[in-house]
Design a protein. Sequence first.
Length: 235
Amino acid sequence: MIKVTYIGHSGFWMEWPDCIWLFDYYEGKLPDVPPEKPLYIFVSHFHADHFNPAIFQIQAHAGATYILSHDVLRHRKISPEELPKNLYTMRPGQELSLMNGQLLIRTLHSTDFGVAFLVRFHDKWIYHAGDLNWWVWKEETKQYNHNMTANFKKYTAPLEGMELFAAFLPLDPRQEEWYDKGFLYILEHTKTAHAFPMHFWKDYEMISTFLASPKGSLYKKQVVPLRSEGQETIL
């Protein structure tokens, strides 16, 4: 059994039988950490809605390991005394093996800052996009949106055709009618079993809007309809 708890925004708590993962925490209530389970804390980039230095207070938990995008320590002023011993930083295109090879972490380039995480564990692939999204905007120039489109497709190319057990993907209402471009693209180009919307700024109605749309309705079985922070999903 795998339990996924939606913490808020892009933050998710993923509890496996033998370990726990925390992605992009910045606010919200965290579940209790069973002392016997190692905890892995992922941070995709330094933006305040994806990184909260309070995560370093969890280092009192003996099994806490931190996997941070390379830009976090550079952009956020953190004293060496605050940093835990079990900390790894990753740049785009790198690979890290933990738990005696059981946990494999790969990073993709982001269309914003930092990285996206592609993680293999127990023969399952998990993808957390961070801010790797198809960020096209009405107010931007055609050239900007053209470059964004090209970069998004280039950076997500490693996902093409992959079987993803779970994918955490932005569905951002600020993009107006383009809110679902990146979300839909990943669903169309991968075989995703469980897709979790994120980065929707507490606008839960956007998830219902997507699932009611002609293209979104095709993925009703895959998309997890989040309705509140703290919601638990058993996979």
